[in-house]
Design a protein around this ligand. Structure first.
Ligand code: 3PG
Length: 306
């Protein structure tokens, strides 16, 4: 089978080599499309592929229409909001993710971002310490749990909200359960977002929620830019000169935010949460193994469009 590894943001060489080794070792052929300039490059490259490995690359209906031989797409990572699942299902294409494989990298970045903002973006201005502060984690999945454990090691008090988990599961994960967004936002010096981008979550982090945060609080977004209502965020930062926002997913109104709010806002130049050699290897190799296992044994354990 021909497997296309299409990554606009390339994996580390060790991951690419590992992916190739696994796939070629199982008798498959590998094609590589990195740093492509235009979506049409992906549409063209996928035309004769039987399988596709991607990161945040957009697998649209157009891509799926062009991919006449495609049987499986593996998103080497957690969030699959970049894949048109309905179109994939309509084309009979299996879509999988590789949950947990890049979580530690994202969690380390979330913690680093908290400290970066607490220490006024590493400028000489007087900062604050995270020890003794409360961190509220919105969604206590693979990343949220790791963020919580690291924050506890820094002496933070950790609370978590997750409608899919029982109190016992949240306590077992090392956090104090909270039961409403109101409780999470009003009681947290830092709120760290770990929710997926879904119709129900897009734009859900709005003015009302953000302004519930206590004096001096910081919102940390290593999830997806779409979950934050940008106009609401701008107004919240305007009305509450004590609040801060740090994000790994630059909002569309970043230039305005930076001009208006200076050191109270920071965005990474390019999404980098999962951009470590370790995460690339973990997620990339898992994707390759899942493809081998799917073709050899029909294993659909990580399928997300069942
Ligand atoms: C994920 O959903 O796994 C992360 O957002 C990583 O995305 P990336 O592979 O584009 O860095």
């Amino acid at each position: 089978m021909k497997v296309l590894l299409a990554t606009q943001k390339p994996f580390a060489a060790a991951a690419v080599n590992g992916i190739r080794e696994i796939l070629v070792g199982a008798g498959h052929e590998v094609a590589l499309l990195e740093k492509y300039a235009d979506q049409s490059d992906l549409v063209k490259a996928v035309s004769d592929a039987d399988a596709l490995i991607i990161r945040s690359d957009k697998v649209t209906a157009e891509v799926l229409d062009a991919a006449k031989k495609l049987k499986i797409v593996v998103r080497a990572g957690a969030g699959y909001d970049n894949v048109d699942l309905a179109a994939a299902t309509a084309h009979g294409v299996v879509v999988m993710n590789t949950p947990g494989q890049n979580s530690n990298a994202v969690a380390e970045l979330a913690v680093a971002m908290m400290i970066f903002m607490a220490r006024t973006q590493f400028t000489p201005a007087t900062g604050s310490e995270v020890q003794g502060k409360t961190l509220g984690i919105q969604a206590f999945g693979n990343v949220g749990r790791l963020v919580g454990a690291k924050a506890k090691a820094l002496g933070m008090k950790v609370k978590a909200l997750d409608p899919y988990l029982s109190d016992e599961q949240i306590i077992a994960g090392g956090a104090e359960p909270v039961h409403s967004l109101d409780e999470l936002y009003s009681g947290s010096d830092y709120v760290s977002l770990h929710i997926p981008a879904l119709p129900s979550t897009v734009g859900s982090i709005n003015y009302e929620l953000i302004t519930k945060m206590p004096k001096g609080a910081t919102l940390v977004n290593t999830a997806r830019k779409e979950v934050v209502d940008e106009a609401g965020l701008e107004k919240a930062l305007e009305d509450r000169p004590d609040l801060k926002y740090v994000t790994d997913v630059a909002p569309d109104n970043l230039a305005v935010l930076q001009e208006k709010f200076g050191l109270r806002v920071f965005a990474t130049p390019k999404k980098m949460g999962a951009q470590t050699a370790e995460a690339n290897v973990n997620a990339g190799l898992a994707a390759a193994r899942q493809i081998v296992d799917y073709f050899a044994n029909g294993n659909t354990r990580f399928q997300v469009n069942k």
